[in-house]
Design a protein around this ligand. Structure first.
Ligand code: HEM
Length: 417
């Protein structure tokens, strides 16, 4: 039964507005998620099934044998999106789709395991420690400016970009160009905007040429790069092909940038809206690690992930046929009262905040989770320590980007230093 039959057509309109990334609908996302979660664990919506409760989402994330990430490339939603394109856009769509066969997050089974194991070498504890030092240094640079009123989104955007540029082993001087490519590729990610396909295709071509030059420099030993070494310098099957390296660069860039920007931006907004929670952190900045977990739960920077069943599956009593896109709504699951007491309250001292699904679950659990968590903790802790009187100065927040990764346009604050 569709959600409209149960809750009335206005529900369908609200969902359609959210999934088409309407800014007002993105602003009201959590009240819609609340209604959706209260209405039950699974709902039909258009060509998709939406899953809202924590237990069901978690079980489906774990069931990677039946709920495929690779089949996202050909599921009901992908077919619907492709059908809307012109023949020229379809050619670009198909080429982007071909590259996705090498992207960890859209592969399954043995292929996924191999790509993930190799990429995992880029995240050794020693490398994370190095990146932490860099992040602290960059944060000092970004905060060394004389103005009292600043837009925190600038920091939220620059810092993760600087960290990911270091991880990729490319010069900081190129980061704006990298950001432009990443934005063009990211805009196409939901696949629902036909106009985004060709710019994404061009960005992929340019970015590929850029990464080929990095690989070349590494091979000639003129500019050795830790990340290329981690991905390519092993024996036998244990290394990536040039094309796999290019796709992995793209994946890390995209997965590690806007996600963290949103954790910092939306996280600071929610903290500053609740002075008693902000005070807890300013009185004890060492709470920043716990605060990061609760903020990951509360703002859920990646609001959902999709899967496509490869056989017919039963979800909360509903039979879902193979090939139908299943949307796992992390943002709903993270506000499920069956797991989190008073789920719509931000509570930095919440004992089980870490049970959130904000970083996914199971085989595809966020590979960059250590970096994401450390960036969050460094920013929240440092701001609380240095600027305890920090306050919001702007009007109602405006949301932009795609609904899956909704982003604040601005976050003006008074540092009060
Ligand atoms: C607050 C920041 C972040 C959030 C909320 C986040 C969230 C997620 C989520 C929900 C998934 C699961 C996707 C799925 O199941 O389909 C994921 C996967 C992934 N993330 Fe993150 N992420 C963040 C930061 C990062 C960073 C900093 C990196 C790398 C530098 C990264 C790299 C990845 C990769 C490579 C995957 C795919 C793993 C796989 O398919 O096996 N993420 N992330």
């Amino acid at each position: 039964m569709s959600i409209a039959e149960v809750r009335g057509p206005s529900f369908d309109h609200r969902l359609a507005a959210l999934f088409s990334s309407d800014p007002a609908a993105m602003g009201a996302a959590f009240s819609l998620y609340r209604d959706l979660c209260d209405a039950g664990p699974a709902h039909e919506f258009g060509s998709m099934v939406l899953v809202t409760h924590h237990a069901e989402c978690r079980a489906l994330y774990r069931d990677a044998a039946r709920l495929s990430s690779a089949a996202n490339r050909s599921g009901s939603l992908a077919r619907e999106n492709r059908a809307r394109l012109t023949p020229e856009q379809q050619l670009a769509f198909d080429e982007l789709n071909r590259l996705e066969t090498m992207r960890m997050s859209t592969t399954d089974g043995e292929q996924h395991r191999r790509l993930r194991l190799i990429a995992h070498r880029a995240f050794t504890p020693a490398r994370i420690k190095e990146l932490e030092e860099n992040v602290r240094g960059y944060l000092d640079e970004l905060l060394a400016q004389p103005d009292d009123v600043v837009d925190l989104m600038e920091l939220a955007y620059q810092l993760p970009l600087m960290a990911i540029v270091d991880l990729l082993g490319v010069p900081q001087a190129g980061r704006e160009q990298i950001h432009l490519w990443s934005t063009a590729i990211g805009r196409n990610r939901g696949g629902s905007e036909p106009d985004a396909v060709l710019p994404a295709y061009r960005a992929v071509q340019e970015f590929s040429a850029y990464v080929r030059r990095i690989i070349d420099g590494h091979r000639r030993a003129t500019a050795p790069t830790q990340l290329v070494a981690a991905l390519m310098d092993a024996e036998g099957d244990d290394q990536m092909t040039v094309e796999e390296v290019i796709v992995t660069y793209m994946m890390l860039l995209f997965a590690g940038h806007e996600t963290t920007t949103n954790l910092i931006g939306a996280g600071m907004l929610e903290l500053l809206r609740r002075p008693e929670q902000w005070r807890l952190l300013t009185e004890d900045p060492s709470l920043a690690v716990e605060a990061t977990e609760e903020l990951l739960r509360f703002v859920t920077p990646v609001q959902w992930n999709n899967r496509v069943p490869v056989v017919d599956v039963e979800i909360a009593g509903m039979t879902v046929p193979a090939g139908r896109t299943v949307r796992l709504l992390n943002a709903c699951a993270n506000r499920d009262a069956a797991v989190f007491a008073a789920p719509d309250e931000l509570d930095l001292l919440r004992a089980n905040a870490r049970d959130h699904l904000a970083l996914g679950y199971g085989q595809h659990f966020c590979l960059g989770n250590a970096l994401a968590r450390l960036e969050g903790a460094v920013v929240f802790g440092t701001l609380a320590e240095r600027f305890p009187s920090l306050t919001l100065t702007g009007d109602e927040p405006e949301w932009t980007g795609s609904a899956m990764l909704r982003r604040l346009r601005r976050l003006p604050v008074r540092l009060g230093s």
